[in-house]
Design a protein around this ligand. Sequence first.
Ligand code: ISE
Length: 359
Amino acid sequence: MEDGMEHSSGTEDGMSERSGAGSRGTLGVAVIGTGRMGADHVRRIDEVISGARVAAVVDIDAARVKRLADGIEGCTPYTDPAAAMDDPAVDAVLIASPGPAHEAALLEAFARDLPVLCEKPLTPDAASALRVLEAEQALGHRRVQVGFMRRYDADYRSLKSLLSQGTYGRPLMLHNRHRNADTPPGFTNAMMINDSVVHEIDVTRWLLDDEITAVRVLRPAPTGNAPEGLSDPQLVLFETAGGQVVDTEIFVNCGFGYQVSCEAVCEGGTARIGDDRGVFSNTAGRWGGAIPPGFVERFEDAYDRQVQLWVNATRRGEVEGPSCWDGYAAAAVCEAGVRAQATGERVTVELVERPAMYR
Ligand code: ISE
């Protein structure tokens, strides 16, 4: 991309000249990857988010991307992320392609100094995440918000503020439950860490404001409902630098719905989120409520808030939310987790020193 640097002249406030921030005009977003999450983000930006529009959609499936673009005014279809980023109507990039494609797309965005919202994972392993971290530092300013969307869920935000205000004293432990009704074909043991537990890795680091230093994984006798070879459920244990212990039940073929909860055990009490959501009913001799079928329904508001706050910050010329450091740290913990899962051993997490830009 020879002309990349033409666009990389960040202004004094660190904003790209194309980022829409100068004029505070509508942010033209290129959505890269139009699978389940990407298509949902296209709909979200088109129908829910204010201050932004879908200016380009990118996918290797040319027919699919054309169909999507045809339904949105002023939206151009592309099969090449770099070509979409060269479109003058594009001020910012939302990366929702498969994880292995993220590094290349992020580097293209950096070359043009474009603001990015990157779906998790930042990249699939710690070495590539570190390369992205270094490339962003070379720009001299943050450009990326990583899509750890649980930080935008109202319940998690309430828990975070209780912990930050010290309402229940010092946190000692977290108990997490993460259940999916079932898994898509091809879901592996490693994906239980990299795709699923990665959320608990991020919320642990965020809620406790500390790094995870070691991981252990216990594998009880599996459910008969899991596909052959999948060790489901599993119990994942983290230790933090400050000495807290965090457990996560990951059960991805529980059969009954999508359930995520987190209980913080503190010196002065406990606080728990995620148990009872929505309408509570009494009927036909039973009480209770509904369990959402999947993460899109359970975290719909969180996804909306995540994208709206990214758009708002970008239009102000700012970058907020989970950073490339958070993406890198999560990737390093995932690597340790996959090793712990395979070996049954306690695996320590190796991190480089946190660069000044991310402190
Ligand atoms: C998926 O990628 C997610 O992000 C969901 O939140 C998680 O529950 C699921 O297990 C993952 O596969």
